[in-house]
Design a protein around this ligand. Structure first.
Ligand SMILES: [Mg+2]
Length: 395
């Protein structure tokens, strides 16, 4: 019935060095500077997250070529394992399908991997395929992805900045700054004091009307997180992010009851699928959902997560995700602002979030991005040909 092209070939590659696996940075970067993690209880893994392998996966690149020669692609975290899943398992559903078959393909990929998948690297990989499918369909139609999602609901995106220097982020025009928490419960009272000192110092530097948040990267327990949140109220902490391990829905519900009135509890970057986020919503774990578009199931699943959240009056502000977030956030009323990861090693200037892997990747200017910066077909980015692609498996 349709003149739409079909999918001719699917290819999966790995890439090292920053980009979609944004933890894969060289030394001296703020993102690996003694950040509190669930591994911080082991002193030998406390100073560096790379020491316990945060960057072992690397970037997964998915390319999908259509019968008319159009190529859609995406980048996410997944590396060689992701390549294997794409080439050896998922490609069978994709090749020969129509480029419009996105919903059916998601359902087939998810159900065919249920016996070893559901979350983690399998869902990262399905997300990567899904994003490449959206990129492909939008390019075939000659439209930006956001036009396929219902169109922009505002003229521009506004951003908060994640990084070590909220004071500089304020000067660069962002609406808020989110700091990594440096010290976990194993560093006891001295660590808690240092955490509060840094927040107090930043509050002094940025003044009253600038959001400050703490990202705790799953490192705390309910008792410590409650103490931190209550003490941080003095410095007007806007939200406490991912304080607990993602499986501790009960802990999140308790923390949300414990935090001072007006302080938000946020989480979700390591949660996946409509069912995972339904748990966060129904157990009243948080105020803002933060799915990573490249890890939660892709745009197809994010639309469902967002609808669930909207019906409950909750915001969805995706974690990182660069253009995959921008094209989504601009289309949703319950996503009123976006995150920008400061990937400059000292967080002192704006560089594209997935640098150096993408070309034409837009960045905020004065903390804002015009909707018109997202008008190129697909997600509007190209894979940087200077990057050293490796295809470990074929099919
Ligand atoms: Mg986070």
């Amino acid at each position: 019935m349709s003149k739409m092209p079909t999918i001719k070939q699917v290819r999966a590659f790995t890439l090292r060095g920053g980009g979609a696996d944004y933890h894969d940075q060289k030394g001296g970067h703020w993102i690996d500077d003694h950040i509190a993690t669930p591994m911080s209880k082991y002193p030998q893994y406390r100073q560096s997250r790379q020491s316990f392998g945060i960057n072992v996966l690397g970037t997964l690149v998915v390319e999908i070529e259509a019968s008319d020669g159009t190529v859609g692609f995406s980048v996410t975290t997944g590396g060689e394992i992701g390549c294997w899943i794409v080439e050896k398992h998922l490609a069978r559903f994709l090749e020969g399908a129509c480029v419009t078959d996105i919903e059916k393909l998601w359902d087939q990929m998810f159900n065919a991997t249920l016996y070893y998948g559901r979350k983690g690297v399998v869902i990262n990989t399905i997300s990567g395929v899904d994003l490449a499918l959206w990129d492909l369909l939008a390019k075939v139609r000659g439209e930006p992805v956001h036009a396929l999602l219902g169109g922009a609901v505002r003229d521009e995106l506004v951003f908060y900045a994640t990084g070590a220097r909220p004071d500089l982020a304020k000067q660069m025009g962002f609406i808020g700054g989110k700091l990594p928490l440096h010290h976990g419960p194993a560093e006891r009272e001295e660590g808690l004091r240092k955490n509060l000192e840094l927040l107090g110092d930043m509050r002094q530097r940025v003044g009253d009307d600038f959001w400050l948040m703490y990202d705790c990267w799953m490192s705390l327990d309910v008792e410590y997180a409650t103490r931190l949140a209550n003490a941080a109220a003095e410095f007007d902490l806007k939200w406490i992010e991912e304080a607990l391990p993602p499986d501790d829905y009960w802990g999140y519900a308790e923390l949300r009851r414990n935090v001072p009135s007006g302080m938000l509890v946020t989480t979700g970057e390591h949660e996946a699928t409509r069912w995972g986020f339904r748990m966060l919503l129904e157990m009243e774990c948080c105020d803002i959902l933060q799915p990573d578009v490249g890890w939660c199931g892709g745009i197809t699943e994010l639309l469902k997560i967002s609808a669930l959240a909207d019906a409950r009056g909750k915001l969805v502000v995706p974690h990182g995700s660069s253009v995959y977030s921008y094209h989504f956030v601009i289309t949703r009323q319950n996503s009123p602002f976006a995150e920008f990861l400061m990937m400059a090693p000292q967080a002192d200037k704006v560089v594209p979030m997935f640098s150096p892997q993408l070309l034409d990747e837009p960045v905020p200017v004065n903390g804002r991005m015009r909707a018109s910066a997202l008008d190129a077909p697909g997600f509007g980015v190209r894979l940087n040909p200077a990057c050293d692609l490796h295809r470990p498996h074929t099919h």
